[in-house]
Design a protein around this ligand. Structure first.
Ligand code: PGA
Length: 249
């Protein structure tokens, strides 16, 4: 049985009270299924609230939107992997395009963050994707490959624990998305990168993200290359998110 991952990236939405209100509705609609994990990436200030609500509920997981690679120190505004472990978080987004393009995060930093999470046995959801001008210049794969190369040097067994989220930047929050066939093609290339690094293709988890919603989700999940989705805007409505997380076989 294929195990799917449905991940909600709340971005800078829903503080602790907003998160509690969200779950009041979400849990009324949610049905746990053995074939999938539903992940929440709330803002750091809401993470302990979310972890408390989902505690002991099968198939529900939560993590941070970002972490620093150092375990502690003078890094105002950052949270570390040991802090995330202390809170009970199970993973983190790494290298989301807003981190890369709004906050100037580099490939090297994304690589260090992924390594820090892997060292602590947490799940990095490592985001990759090209900008529109890069796509139009025919550089889609070279950009994604360069982003993946930040994971170079990790042993295959460790690399196999990384979840990749392919999110073309031009599709995020824009209402445009890649066709299922285009997305599947990129996922295939991403799997080839892993295969060249010693990880079997079927052991690589690759999510798609970028304006995913109830209307386009089934088409994406019909592609065997697409293991799940990373969803921003459509994950903020608790009833819709519960429906999204029930979609697909
Ligand atoms: P979106 O965001 O679903 O609102 O396009 C996806 C993401 O940025 O992870």
């Amino acid at each position: 049985m294929k195990r799917r991952m449905f991940a909600a990236n709340w971005k800078m939405h829903l503080g602790p009270q907003g998160a509690r209100d969200f779950f009041d509705t979400f849990l009324k609609h949610h049905r746990a299924r053995d074939d999938r994990e539903i992940w929440f990436f709330p803002p750091a200030i809401s993470l302990t609230t979310v972890l408390h609500v989902i505690k002991d509920r099968r198939g529900l997981c939560a993590g941070a939107q970002n972490v620093h690679w150092e375990p502690k120190g003078a890094f105002t505004g950052e949270i570390s992997v040991p802090m995330l472990v202390d809170a009970g978080g199970q993973g983190a987004l790494v290298g989301h395009s807003e981190r890369r393009h709004v906050f100037g995060e580099t490939d090297e930093q994304a690589g260090k963050k992924a390594r820090a999470l892997l060292d602590a046995a947490l799940v990095p959801v490592f985001c990759v994707g090209e900008k529109l001008e890069e796509r139009e210049a025919g550089k889609t794969w070279s950009v994604v490959e360069r982003q993946l190369d930040a994971l170079d040097g990790l042993p295959a067994a460790t690399l196999g624990r990384v979840v990749i989220a392919y999110e073309p930047v031009w599709a995020i929050g824009t209402g445009r998305n890649a066709t299922p066939a285009d997305a599947a093609g990129m996922h295939r290339s991403i799997r080839s990168w892993f295969a060249a690094h010693g990880v079997r293709r079927k052991n690589v988890a690759v999510l798609y993200g970028g304006s995913v919603n109830l209307a386009n989700l089934a088409g994406l999940l019909a592609e065997s290359e697409i293991d799940g989705v990373l969803v921003g805007g459509a994950s903020l409505d608790p009833a819709d998110w519960a429906k999204i997380a029930q979609t697909g076989v």
